[in-house]
Design a protein around this ligand. Structure first.
Ligand SMILES: [Zn+2]
Length: 194
């Protein structure tokens, strides 16, 4: 029996502690990475003042992007707190659950534009649908979800745009644009939908 791992290209070379929790230095010596995040939040909250915003994104835009750790959406797109909805998953794939979020984003919270962002060097390019079979072989249960792996990132962005444009649940499908973010240069490259 083999264990299935996804090999992504971003890995911290931190030592792992018991049960796989990564140990870090810092405020709580020997704490887990989550402890570090909680410590950071205490510092964040100490300087935080209520911006008095409501939940509707100021720029009325929803961004669907890969979860890749090298893609900082707010910095890369000049976004500020409250500007947009960010919907992220492995690949930035437009799944049923992304359509769920977009539907709520548009119908309940007033967004009008959709921006789709894939990127160079995505971990999904090194997977195939065999990943599901491997999982079934290992755990005895086939996942209900598709892996949504791809070989041609441009084509996958086009497919994602198409899924948004043809969704019956969305009210605003006129401003849907797709891009590939280059993790080496930080630049977006727009994909022609045709
Ligand atoms: Zn990715």
């Amino acid at each position: 029996m083999t264990t299935t791992f996804i090999v992504m290209t971003t890995s911290a070379s931190l030592p792992t502690g018991p049960e796989g929790a990564i140990r870090t230095g810092g405020a709580r010596e020997g704490g887990t990475v989550t402890d570090r995040l909680v410590d950071a939040n205490e510092r964040y909250a100490a300087d935080f003042t209520d911006p008095g915003m409501d939940a509707r994104p100021v720029l009325r835009v929803a961004v669907v992007a890969c979860m890749d750790a090298r893609l900082d959406l707010h910095d890369a797109l000049g976004l500020e707190l409250g500007d947009c909805h960010t919907i992220r998953n492995a690949g930035g794939v437009v799944t049923d659950d992304v359509i769920r979020s977009l539907t709520i984003s548009q119908r309940a919270l007033g967004t009008r534009s959709v921006v789709l962002i894939h990127h160079t060097g995505c971990g999904l390019e090194s997977l195939t649908e065999e990943f599901r079979q491997d999982l079934e072989d290992e755990v005895g249960q086939r996942p209900t979800w598709a892996v949504e792996s791809f070989r041609d990132v441009d084509q996958d962005v086009r497919q994602s745009m198409q899924r948004v444009r043809t969704s019956p649940f969305l009210v605003e499908t006129g401003d849907v644009r797709g891009f590939v973010f280059d993790v080496k240069t930080g630049l977006l490259r727009e994909i022609d939908p045709a």
